[in-house]
Design a protein around this ligand. Structure first.
Ligand code: C5P
Length: 424
C-alpha cells in the first residue's frame, strides 16, 4: 500500500531542502501532503510544493474550504507518518509544550500517528539548554528525532544544526514506516518524567535501571588550532555509544554527550553533540543530576591557548607557527568533587602499560568509584573488541577480551547492581 506522509515544514533557511525531500519521497511512490507554517512560506511557496506533491498544500487553520473538505483532525490522521522537516527550535518548543496556535502545531497535537522531527537551526540554538530540554521532553513523548548534521551554517557559524541530507531523512522515514503496525514508539523508551504515563511493558528484571538517569560521554574532542585545523585523537566513540545503548535497553534515561563522531544515536538515547572539552564539560554539568555517570570520552588533555581566527599561514621563514597549549578541564575529576556528584562515577583509562597501577592512581586522583582500564596497545581505538579491567577500591576484576557491545552490557549490569537498593 502507498505510504502517506504528512510533511510539516517550519520556517528556517533549510526549508528549501523540503522540495528535494518531497521529490525523493514521490520517487519512492509515497503520497505527500504538505503543511507550511507562516514563516516557512518566506522560504518556499505553496505553489512549488503543490506542484511537487500533486496535492493541495495547507497553510491556514481557519481556511473554511479546507475545513469543509477535510478538517484538521482528519488531515492529522490520514497519514502513516507525520514528518516535521525542517523542525525549527520554535516549533520544537511548541510541540514540547503542547501549544497549538497554527495549523501545523494543531495537527501535531491532534495526530495519533508517529511523528518524526528533523531539527535544523543555528548551533547555539541547538545546544541551548531550553532546546535540549524540549528535545528530551519530545523524546519522552515518543517523538522520533533525528540528530542534525555538523557543518557550516547559513549564518556563517560552524557546528551541529544543519538539516540532515534529504537522502538520510528518506532512509529514516522508510525505517519508521517499516516498524510493525501498531508499534508504540513509547513502549521502547524510558519514562522521562516521574508523572509520565507508564507506557513501558518491560518488567523490573529486564529494566533494572528504570527511573535512573545515566550520563555518558563518548568519542574524542576536537580542539581548534585555527578555523580549519584541530587537535584530535583516534577515539571512535563506539564503546561509549554501546554503553549508552545498553543503559537505554536497561530502562535508564540516558544522556549521551558525544564528541565529533559519525555514529547513529542509539534508540531511546538523548544525544548532545559537542566539539571541545569545554563544551563537553558544560553539557555534562547541565545534564546533572545523574544517578550514574560513565565518562568514556577521550577528552583532549590540552587545547591551544588561543585558537587563531584566521587560517595560520607559513611565513616563509621556515619556522613553524608557535602552538602554545593549555590544559583542558578534567570533566571526570570535576564531577568527582561536584556538589551534585553522581551516586556512581565511572571513568575510563586508556593505557598502554602498567594498566592496573595507573588505573588505581587515577581512581584516587579523579575521585571516581570505578575506573574501567583498557589496554589500548592493540587496535582497541576504532576496533570492535575491548580488553578491560574494572578497578575499584575493593580490587580488580579483569574481563576477557570481548566485543565492545558485550563490555557495555556487562558494565551496565554491574552499574544496575551497584545502584540497586539491595546493593551493599
Ligand atoms: O587522565 P586520563 O585522560 O587518562 O583519564 C581518563 C578518564 O578521565 C576518562 O574517563 C575520561 O573520559 C576522563 N577525562 C575527562 N576530562 C579530561 C580528561 C579525561 O573527563 N579532560
Amino acid at each position: 500500500m502507498t505510504s502517506r506522509i504528512l510533511l510539516i515544514i517550519s520556517g528556517g533557511i533549510a526549508a528549501y531542502k523540503s522540495l528535494e525531500l518531497v521529490r525523493l519521497l514521490r520517487k519512492r511512490g509515497m503520497t505527500v501532503r504538505a503543511v507550511l507554517t507562516q514563516s516557512a512560506q518566506q522560504f518556499v511557496t505553496p505553489l512549488s510544493l503543490g506542484a511537487l506533491t500533486e496535492n493541495p498544500v495547507f497553510t491556514d487553520l481557519f481556511n473554511l474550504k479546507d475545513e469543509q473538505e477535510i478538517g484538521h483532525i482528519q488531515l492529522s490522521r490520514q497519514a502513516d507518518l507525520v514528518v516535521v522537516a525542517p523542525a525549527t527550535a520554535n516549533i520544537l518548543a511548541k510541540m514540547a509544550n503542547g501549544i497549538a496556535d497554527d495549523l501545523a502545531t494543531t495537527l501535531l497535537l491532534a495526530t495519533d500517528k508517529p511523528v518524526l522531527a528533523v531539527p535544523a537551526m543555528n548551533v547555539r540554538m541547538w545546544h541551548h539548554r531550553a532546546t535540549q530540554r524540549n528535545l528530551e521532553r519530545l523524546h519522552a513523548d515518543g517523538v522520533h528525532i533525528m540528530t542534525p548534521d555538523d557543518g557550516a551554517m547559513a549564518c556563517g557559524e560552524y557546528g551541529t544544526g544543519r538539516l540532515p541530507e534529504p537522502d538520510a531523512i528518506v532512509a529514516e522515514i522508510e525505517r519508521l514506516l517499516a516498524l510493525p503496525k501498531g508499534f508504540d514508539p513509547l513502549a521502547d523508551q524510558p519514562d522521562f518524567a516521574e508523572d509520565a504515563p507508564q507506557f513501558s511493558t518491560s518488567s523490573e528484571t529486564n529494566a533494572p535501571l528504570r527511573g535512573k538517569h545515566v550520563l555518558i560521554t563518548a568519542g574524542p574532542t576536537h580542539e581548534p588550532i585555527d578555523p580549519v585545523r584541530y587537535i584530535a585523537n583516534r577515539s571512535s566513540g563506539k564503546q561509549g555509544f554501546a554503553i549508552a545503548a545498553a543503559a537505554a535497553q536497561a530502562g535508564a534515561r540516558v544522556t549521551l554527550v558525544a564528541g565529533p563522531v559519525h555514529l547513529p544515536t542509539p534508540q531511546g538515547v538523548t544525544r548532545i553533540d559537542v566539539e571541545t572539552a569545554r563544551e563537553m564539560l558544560v553539557a555534562v554539568e547541565s545534564a546533572l543530576p545523574a544517578d550514574a555517570a560513565i565518562m568514556v570520552a577521550a577528552v583532549a588533555d590540552w587545547r591551544t591557548a588561543d585558537a587563531a581566527d584566521q587560517k595560520l599561514k607559513k611565513d616563509g621563514s621556515g619556522q613553524p607557527a608557535p602552538l602554545a597549549l593549555v590544559e583542558n578541564p578534567d570533566i571526570l575529576a570535576t564531577l568527582g568533587r561536584h556538589a551534585q556528584r553522581p551516586t556512581l562515577l565511572i571513568g575510563f583509562a586508556a593505557e598502554t602499560q602498567k594498566i592496573a597501577d595507573h588505573a588505581q592512581a587515577k581512581l584516587a586522583r579523579k575521585g571516581a568509584d570505578w575506573i574501567v582500564a583498557n589496554d589500548v596497545s592493540g587496535d582497541v581505538m576504532g576496533g570492535d573488541a575491548n580488553s578491560v579491567q574494572i578497578v575499584t577500591a575493593s580490587g580488580i576484576d579483569a574481563w576477557p577480551v570481548m566485543p565492545k557491545s558485550l563490555v557495555a552490557e556487562k558494565l551496565i549490569e554491574k552499574v544496575a547492581d551497584a545502584l540497586s537498593p539491595h546493593a551493599d
